[in-house]
Design a protein around this ligand. Structure first.
Ligand SMILES: [Zn+2]
Ligand SMILES: [Zn+2]
Length: 346
């Protein structure tokens, strides 16, 4: 390998001086950063007991704000995709040096090709005070509505994360939350206000094409007036890009899920299917799991009678498959076999 030099200062690559995308460590920390965090980090703290809201629940992290922030950055931001670690760095850790006037001064350390590199970093912090569910209970605040978010298919982590991301942007929600409980098949959110619950459900309907059902339950009389609790059941389709589904007897791949619309591409003819909230729930869309079908690596040999002639790499078996798209002979493709039918994954 030829010797490499820093494009800024000209220093030569060496065991203690790795070149990081054409910069030496010194110039790297001047221009770039080992991590990238959102501009503002929000910390939600219960003003009564000091618990911190973390990944859907409340935990005690001690009274020292620096320690709390340090924990959140290292254990949440750097692992959840909310923060980014520069390519090639390992053992990245963040220390909070000080917190002043809504700004946190951090010291970032990471290893690049065996060399320890560190630099400073500043991030805005915002403290939100909200009663934790325990303290809420003690204070006797009751909830008036419960939103039960469930998925049509076994709910996946990524679906829960997408839902929480959308909800985290909703104004007035956090102050209203009495309790958030995650279950294996979904999430229950207890809220102080029924109108906030409805608003929340509508956002999920709009964003995820969720199906909404409302029910009321009498909860007795409060100062002579009859009170009912509202339960809103929110069913999200729970589909993710890349999923294979069966819709009206045809296999399709999910190409996008956003703004209340699920877009599918049929595997047989490549046609696009856009399903909005109502059509999605009218048609029977069934998510297939890798247990339902087999995927084989294969090579396109040519075309015959309008069909692609494809040879499976492992077995050598040759398949004639309707192909909505022309592939050059020699192209690697994937064959999907479901119920004895073959499709090209395109
Ligand atoms: Zn340099
Ligand atoms: Zn509390």
């Amino acid at each position: 390998m030829g010797r490499r030099f820093c494009v800024r200062c000209g220093s030569e690559e060496g065991p203690d001086n790795p070149i990081i995308d054409s910069l030496c460590p010194k110039c790297f920390v001047n221009e770039r950063s080992i991590i990238k965090l959102p501009n503002t980090i929000k910390i939600t703290i219960c003003p009564v007991c000091g618990s911190v809201y973390y990944k859907g629940s409340w935990i005690k992290l001690g009274d020292d704000l620096s320690e709390v922030l340090e924990f959140l950055i290292n254990n949440y931001y750097l692992t959840s995709g909310r923060g980014v670690i520069y390519n090639g760095f390992t053992n990245v850790s963040v220390k909070v040096t000080s917190i002043e006037e809504g700004k946190a001064y951090l010291s970032i350390e990471g290893t690049y090709e065996g060399v320890r590199i560190n630099h400073g970093y500043v991030v805005n912090i915002r403290i939100d005070k909200r009663l934790c569910p325990k303290c809420t209970k003690v204070r006797g605040r009751h909830f008036e509505a419960i939103v039960q978010i469930r998925s049509e298919v076994p709910i996946r982590r990524e679906v829960v994360e997408r839902v929480s991301l959308v909800l985290s942007r909703m104004k007035g929600l956090e102050e209203n939350i009495v309790e958030v409980k995650e279950y294996r098949d979904g999430v229950d959110i207890k809220l102080l206000s029924q109108s906030v619950a409805r608003q929340l459900a509508n956002i999920l309907k709009r964003e995820f094409a969720a199906k909404i059902t409302q029910t009321w339950k009498d909860s007795g009389y409060v100062s002579g007036r009859k009170r009912s609790k509202l339960t809103i059941s929110v069913r999200v389709p729970g589909l993710l890009e890349g999923d294979i589904v069966e819709v009206d007897n045809v296999l399709a791949v999910v190409t996008s899920v956003k703004q209340g619309r699920v877009v599918l591409r049929r595997l047989d003819d490549g046609g696009q299917l856009r399903l909005d909230q109502s059509s999605l729930w009218e048609r029977n869309v069934k998510l297939l799991t890798p247990k339902d079908y087999a995927v084989l690596n294969a090579i396109v040999l040519g075309y015959e009678g309008g069909k692609a002639v494809v040879q499976a790499e492992e077995s050598g078996n040759v398949y004639y498959i309707a192909a909505p798209k022309l592939f050059k002979p020699g192209t690697g493709v994937k064959i999907l076999i479901y119920k004895g039918r073959t499709y090209l994954m395109i």
